[in-house]
Design a protein around this ligand. Structure first.
Ligand SMILES: C[S@@+](CC[C@H](N)C(=O)[O-])C[C@H]1O[C@@H](n2cnc3c(N)ncnc32)[C@H](O)[C@@H]1O
Length: 388
């Protein structure tokens, strides 16, 4: 056991994870830090670590005071119905914090359920157990009863949430434990109980240095820090609100500008729309006109078609007339041929007749000459009778 001193530690884990500064366990960190310096345990085990607000306070003390302590954190790192279910990011942050700040001390992260981890530890082997898993009555009593055998003689068990404002079953169980064993308790920051179920040697040592006065001091300190955090938070909030108001104002200006742009756009689109409407109207009119024109052309076309039909008919009747005439001409030509033949026959007859006539004329002339000669010889007077 060492001399008790009240420290002002820097919790390095906070640099990695800001959330630790406002975790429910935060108000007990300085007490835990100083308590380990006083107690100097060999083995510390935590049931329920989450982001590690409590666990890294223990680690910080072991590191800063160079304690010969091995630390075990047991958690599924999947969450529960009260802490809420969470993802891999939580365990990754815890692992990174250990690597960044506590790689020089003996830290063990055991990713199991509390029950599954039981076999890893000998009975009477652990100096300090911190129970901070699920805070129902059943869970806390189960965790206490199953892990109690692992606690060393004169060891201590820490319980968080023994004055939980949420009214968890852990409050009731703590009341029951207090009736059976020696204890110390803090009521702030959801309550922290220190139970000495296997001998009160440590408690007595703490009493010797007036731990109860110190408890009040830690409580005030925690409350003061809590108020400071709250004030800091509030001023941060004010600052952030100022920033938000400023960025809102900028947004409003930007929105005004984009509203203006949008209005201009709407106007130019409305103008374009109106122009398009006029164009459409004009095109409609042109369409109506062209429909009229098409109608007129259709009518002219149908007239022309009728004319063509008439002409076709006239042409057809002319053709049949031509055919008839051709036949007529053919007939006439045949007739002409016949007549030509007749004519030729007649001409030949005429020719024959002419030749006969000429012969007869010659004979007549002969006869006349003969007559003349007879006349001259007064032989005959009336030889012309055969010509009647
Ligand atoms: C209240 S949180 C721990 C808070 C932490 N001690 C701190 O200082 O911020 C409870 C954690 O216990 C773990 N848990 C609850 N029941 C468990 C069980 N039976 N086995 C393993 N982990 C458990 C959850 O995953 C959760 O991360």
């Amino acid at each position: 056991m060492s001399k008790w001193k009240i420290s002002e530690p820097v919790f390095e884990a906070d640099y990695k994870n800001e959330k630790l500064r406002i975790a429910p366990w935060e108000g007990h960190r300085i007490f835990a830090y100083d308590f380990l310096q006083f107690f100097r345990p060999n083995k510390i085990l935590e049931l329920g670590t989450h982001y590690g607000c409590s666990f890294f306070a223990f680690c910080q003390s072991v590191k800063d005071f160079k304690l010969d302590t091995e630390l075990y954190a047991i958690d599924t790192w999947r969450g529960d119905e009260q802490a809420g279910l969470y993802g891999e990011e939580v365990f990754n942050t815890v692992k990174d914090t250990v690597n960044d700040s506590f790689s020089d001390i003996r830290v063990n992260l055991i990713r199991r359920t509390f029950d599954e981890a039981l076999d890893l530890f000998e009975d009477n082997s652990i100096d300090m157990i911190h129970i901070d898993g699920l805070h129902t009555y059943e869970a806390v009593s189960h965790d206490f009863l199953t892990w109690l055998p692992k606690l060393k003689e004169n060891g201590v068990i820490l319980f968080h949430d023994v004055f939980s404002p949420a009214g968890y079953g852990s409050n009731r169980y703590w009341k029951e434990l207090k009736e059976q064993f020696s204890y110390l308790e803090f009521r702030h920051s959801w309550g922290l109980g220190l139970l000495f179920p296997k001998g009160d040697h440590l408690l007595k040592k703490m009493m010797e240095i007036n731990i109860e006065d110190k408890i009040s001091l830690y409580q005030y300190k925690a409350l003061y820090e809590f108020e400071q955090i709250k004030t800091k938070d509030l001023s941060n909030m004010v600052l952030q609100r100022d920033i938000a108001i400023k960025s809102n104002e900028e947004m409003i200006i930007e929105r005004d500008q984009s509203l203006k742009d949008a209005r201009n756009l709407i106007k130019s689109k409305t103008d374009a729309f109106e122009a398009a409407e006029i164009m459409i109207k004009e095109r409609d009119m042109a369409l109506v006109n062209s429909e009229y024109m098409i109608k007129e052309r259709d009518e002219a076309l149908s007239k022309a078609e009728n004319m063509i039909k008439d002409r076709d008919e006239a042409l057809a009747s002319a053709e049949s007339m031509i055919i008839e005439r051709d036949e007529l001409i053919k007939n006439m030509e045949n007739m002409i041929g016949i007549k030509d033949n007749e004519l030729r026959n007649i001409q030949e007859e005429v020719k024959d007749l002419k030749e006969q006539f000429n012969e007869l004329t010659l004979k007549c002339e002969e006869n006349e000459r003969i007559i003349e000669s007879y006349k001259s010889k007064k032989i005959i007077v009336n030889l012309k009778r055969p010509y009647k």
